[in-house]
Design a protein around this ligand. Sequence first.
Ligand code: NDP
Length: 471
Amino acid sequence: MRIIDQIYIGGGFDRPHGSEEAPLFNPATEQQIGVVRLGDEEDVERAVAAAKRAFPAFSRTSKAERIDMLHRLNAAVSRRADELADAMREEYGAPQGFVKFAAPRAGSVFLDMAKTLETYEFRRRIGRAEVEMRPAGVAAAITPWNSNYGFICSKLATAVAAGATIVIKPSEMSAIQTQILTECLHDANLPAGVFNIVNGYGGVVGAALTSHRDIAKITFTGSTATGRAILQAASGAMKRVTLELGGKSPNIILDDADLDAAIPQALAAGFINSGQACIAGTRILAPADRLDEIQARLAKAIGAFKAGDPHDPEVRIGPMVSRKQWDRVQSYIRLGQEEGAKLLAGGEGRPEGVDRGWFVRPTLFSDVCNDMRIAREEIFGPVLCIIPYRDEKHAIEIANDTDYGLQAYVFSSDHKRARRVAEELEAGRVAINGAAHEPLAPFGGFKQSGIGREFGVFGLEAFLEPRTLLV
Ligand code: NDP
């Protein structure tokens, strides 16, 4: 049983003033594996004060000093990559494939940001003006449970690169992962107060941060509903916000797609991170004249997406993070049937042979209309909809008929055609024939998928304020 009873303030571990506790579970076994003591408003005050004290000196550090810090952070996190991976498997239930991507990425995001910084010009001339990009001030980061390390590290890396100090509130459901990661970050020996980490509930610690007078910038990843609440809270003091929210990504299979390649990739994009991913391609758009063939192939290929014990290397879908998430996903599987969609694979309950753990059967719905709730709302589990379309124009229309706009996928054998379709899609990222990743390119959403962009220069500038000097 792990007892997490520390938060990180002003360069050291400290006991929270808050006394409330939350249980921690292994979602694959439903067993309690730990308990976390949560911070409160007073802990937020202390953390923000530490970040505020550190800001003047840190904001004046040179580019070379910050690059050096980013390299130290990378080294400190990479050193314990195996432990990070184990904790992610135990506390979150991430299967092998996702762990292999996520654990090394916790360290590599610091190198990506160091690379961005190397060529970034903080001062430039525009006509008669000298423009200086200055750190925005003390930042707050609020992160979810579906990729704890990735979100904490990428937001911290950006703050460090910008010369901003930061207070981070991770999801309390990830407290064991956060504890190991914080120990790594501590080992990088950054100046006291540059980063501070406070476990706590969103409604307590998160809310106190988003309305705090000394926070100038908020960076948030999570649900659109919470993003909306944060935007409102931030508006009082005109805080800068970056919001990376939900998605209902279209996965367009054009009628000329090579189905041998497209079908497994479309499923992989839909079931990424056990379906608990904002970028999951959850609406598979299939041409009506190839619908039967595509559905038959999808129903067959889904067999390769085994759900179960995350330690099993053949497992591609782990458990849902919590009982609450499991119930939520089950309720959507019920809802889909009530709405008139047909189950092509999966359904309610646990996968065959699994009698405990918050596992969901990988589920495919056919006969889905884009106005059904299962096609419009983010389910955040391994549940995909197949939606038929008449022609290319209709496919684009359905793809864009959503409140979201984070990511989209297009499969076609004709590269020019795929690009033409991609250009019509209202999404922050469009992936053609796969799900390639570019860590330096901007990431974020159109419409209700968010505000602003993360990563690379775009992410860095979201932590900076331009100041124009005219002499
Ligand atoms: P939330 O958006 O509620 O949680 C994300 C983070 O925000 C957590 O750290 C949470 O803290 C915090 N938070 C919650 N309320 C507030 C608030 N008022 N002010 C400041 N911070 C707050 O997501 P859930 O965990 O409830 O998941 C619900 C749904 O959200 C999922 O099913 C999925 O659809 C979507 N989601 C999307 C994610 C994405 O990557 N885009 C990530 C996670 C969820 P606490 O944990 O204490 O509530």
